[in-house]
Design a protein around this ligand. Sequence first.
Ligand SMILES: *[C@@H]1O[C@H](CO)[C@@H](O)[C@H](O)[C@H]1NC(C)=O
Ligand SMILES: *[C@@H]1O[C@H](CO)[C@@H](O)[C@H](O)[C@H]1NC(C)=O
Ligand SMILES: *[C@@H]1O[C@H](CO)[C@@H](O)[C@H](O)[C@H]1NC(C)=O
Ligand SMILES: *[C@@H]1O[C@H](CO)[C@@H](O)[C@H](O)[C@H]1NC(C)=O
Ligand SMILES: *[C@@H]1O[C@H](CO)[C@@H](O)[C@H](O)[C@H]1NC(C)=O
Ligand SMILES: *[C@@H]1O[C@H](CO)[C@@H](O)[C@H](O)[C@H]1NC(C)=O
Ligand SMILES: *[C@@H]1O[C@H](CO)[C@@H](O)[C@H](O)[C@H]1NC(C)=O
Ligand SMILES: *[C@@H]1O[C@H](CO)[C@@H](O)[C@H](O)[C@H]1NC(C)=O
Ligand SMILES: *[C@@H]1O[C@H](CO)[C@@H](O)[C@H](O)[C@H]1NC(C)=O
Ligand SMILES: [Cu+2]
Length: 597
Amino acid sequence: MGLLDGLIAGVVGSVLPRVLYTAVATLEQSNTNGLSVLGTLFAPTLPPFLSDDPAHDPFPWGDRTDSGTNPYLEYPLTGDVRRYEFVISRGVIAPDGYEREVLLVNGAYPGPLIEANWGDTIVVKVHNNITGPDEGTAIHWHGFLQHETPWEDGAPGISQCPITPRGTYQYEFVASLYGTSWYHAHYSAQYTGGIVGPIVVHGPTHEKYDIDLGPVMLSDWYHKEYFDIVEEMLAPHGNPKVYSDNNLINGKMHFDCSTLPPNDTHRCTNNAGLAQFRFHTGKTHRLRLINSGGDGVQRFSIDEHTLTVIAEDFVPVQPYNTTVVTLGVGQRADVLVTANASKSPNATFWMRSNLTSCSPAHQPYAVAAVHYDQANTSTTPDSRAWDVPDPENCANDPLGTSEPLFPIPVPKPTMVEEMGIELFRNESDVALWRFNGVSMRTDYNAPVILLANDGVFRYPEEWNVVNCRNHTKIRIIVNNRGGGSHPMHLHGHNFYVLHEGHGEWDGTIVRPSNPTRRDVYLVRANGHLVIQFDGAPGVWAFHCHIAWHASGGFLTTLIVRPDKVEQLEIPRDVEKTCRSWDLWSKYNIVDQIDSGT
Ligand SMILES: *[C@@H]1O[C@H](CO)[C@@H](O)[C@H](O)[C@H]1NC(C)=O
Ligand SMILES: *[C@@H]1O[C@H](CO)[C@@H](O)[C@H](O)[C@H]1NC(C)=O
Ligand SMILES: *[C@@H]1O[C@H](CO)[C@@H](O)[C@H](O)[C@H]1NC(C)=O
Ligand SMILES: *[C@@H]1O[C@H](CO)[C@@H](O)[C@H](O)[C@H]1NC(C)=O
Ligand SMILES: *[C@@H]1O[C@H](CO)[C@@H](O)[C@H](O)[C@H]1NC(C)=O
Ligand SMILES: *[C@@H]1O[C@H](CO)[C@@H](O)[C@H](O)[C@H]1NC(C)=O
Ligand SMILES: *[C@@H]1O[C@H](CO)[C@@H](O)[C@H](O)[C@H]1NC(C)=O
Ligand SMILES: *[C@@H]1O[C@H](CO)[C@@H](O)[C@H](O)[C@H]1NC(C)=O
Ligand SMILES: *[C@@H]1O[C@H](CO)[C@@H](O)[C@H](O)[C@H]1NC(C)=O
Ligand SMILES: [Cu+2]
């Protein structure tokens, strides 16, 4: 096939010229993704669980099953410790052929895979090597409950002080849920600069599959450094809408360098290289989809193949068939795909992820190549795309499409909060978000959890803390009168999604006997989202997962069971991190240009 054979039809309704897609990469993996092997045919497939002999060893989780065990009440404690060491540094890579300064975990984008069995303890020693200019950091383990360890949640100013440049903090927590997730920096909008990576916790699955192909990270991508984007966005007269430049699958995609101004083409290479996957003809593959982007809602599909969804976030669901899966930032879906669209072992297909029309994006269409057993990997696919319109108002796929495998009815709430979303301009004409009446700004030097642990429960208004007192059946109605959707993420919990829709909530609950449970859900444009959760003692961020919106103040912190938080035995290292940060910030300027989270 020639270089131009993979020409894709022009992007409908977009100002962008055509993008050329060829299967042959012009850049080495080290240039595009540093030390990551994700997105290459060398990426390892994953075992059903970690052991020396998974074919013969018993399940580490015993006879617990995905359909028969309530993981919030009963999870194994294997005693196995999975240790990782992360060095976070500045670097230069070109994921899509456009070279830029990034932040890397162990020199890789995406960062290394964290893998554990259900009930294992995960220990990650994080070294902050972000220097020149120096910057703090903190890493959040998305979707982990942290129920005995809320101080390991990684939200700066909420559950810890940032790790100082040249400093180290060791996180330690239990994998009490299983499935697919990710980690990312929670300091400013740092994670959009590259500090992200996948997490797989192996657990029971009653659905059969042959091959676990591992993480498939879907991410919008920006050609500017995160700091410059935030600075520009939060300048007087700034635009709160931030456009992404490209869309990546496992950190890879092409970019059409001819769309750049002439003075900016020198750092751009066409046909950088796409992510590739190997399918085995007739076999069933598990893909672990993760929207690890900064803003956009992804719609994932594989040409001519049906997807069977078996889990959403950390929640196994009754399997259902679909052609497209919609994922807001932070959401995950585990899907099974049988390689049965062609009988030829030489077949190749496009994998696609389209950002919805609501997502601000200059180039919303990501593709990767799926090769059957014997396909020549230089072949450019020539497959037929599914064509399924975006959900209306930038929402998730309809609530009710999926149903948790282990049913839990929603209890009666004892506390009901309504929280509104507002975009406004302050007196300096800076565009900011107000959530529950306040535009949040964190204090890196005074994490709420340490103050609460000391019995201090009065905070500056701009921290936007809500004390839920002794309530543990907490319902939150999020009202969105704006024209965009927001992926709402609650730390430390899977919440019940009671209702989501246009306008005001009418009081109805979708499937009260077993509502959808997730840790992120989209509130649509001009709509509402009603969630409820069984509150666990701790200090938990509840926020929009669009990095730019969180930077603009779209975050609240919930204190659950303050009496128990006072009794927490927080390790000395948490306080030590604060002492280091206090000292460091006394002699260095902390350029906190945003909410800080
Ligand atoms: C694969 O395709 C490329 C480009 O068409 C060609 O140069 C190469 O020889 C092919 N390899 C095999 C093993 O057929
Ligand atoms: C720390 O970061 C610098 C670049 O900023 C890099 O040269 C150095 O190798 C990094 N150190 C480690 C231990 O990764
Ligand atoms: C290219 O030129 C434009 C217009 O003069 C300028 O605004 C922009 O900053 C330049 N870009 C680079 C990368 O130098
Ligand atoms: C998905 O489709 C396959 C083939 O048509 C079918 O065997 C299977 O039962 C379907 N699964 C569900 C959950 O509907
Ligand atoms: C392939 O398998 C899927 C289930 O994974 C099923 O829905 C679909 O109908 C099958 N396609 C063909 C062509 O057999
Ligand atoms: C697959 O491609 C190889 C060459 O790469 C060729 O020898 C073989 O005949 C092809 N098989 C089919 C079924 O097309
Ligand atoms: C994704 O976008 C492409 C255009 O690049 C389009 O052909 C395809 O139908 C879209 N996918 C879905 C699922 O609508
Ligand atoms: C407006 O918000 C910006 C960003 O948080 C802040 O720096 C500035 O001081 C605010 N202006 C006023 C008048 O409060
Ligand atoms: C919470 O506190 C109130 C008043 O102090 C008390 O009446 C109520 O029983 C408590 N609820 C729980 C769940 O402890
Ligand atoms: Cu938002």
